[in-house]
Design a protein around this ligand. Sequence first.
Ligand SMILES: [Zn+2]
Length: 155
Amino acid sequence: MSFEKINVNTDIRHWLHTIEQGYRYTAGPIGTKFLEGIKAGKLLAGKCPVCGRLLIPPKAFCQYDFAEIKDLVEIAPVGVVRTYTVVYEDSYGNKLAKPVIIGFIEFPGVVGGLIHYIINAEPNNVRAGLKVRPVFKPESERRGSITDIIGFEPI
Ligand SMILES: [Zn+2]
């Protein structure tokens, strides 16, 4: 038996275009409610009926006790950057006009978090622990998607 190890990242292939298949995925009942919340300009977390934990993004079942989660509660739109990365090049290695910052954002008292853009900030000013808030698109442009949030900006 042999193991192959990828040593250079040119060995890793990625697909840059849409796969032309007719598949559609549903966000599921709880995910749909979460996206409807975003469309309304709210962050909703799933609330477990057994342990009371709040989870974001909400899941159909609690990861601690497997209880079914049906209820969502609005949480304060205040997040904390747990970790982040700064992207300087596109997938082809071309330098971006402006670096893009992507962060993992947690919410106090809530299990999980969201990966999203960090906006209205310079890379030098972003750090773990930075408090951020969501910036939503204008209501008329929201479609019930995570991209209804433009990004999270420092508070
Ligand atoms: Zn639970």
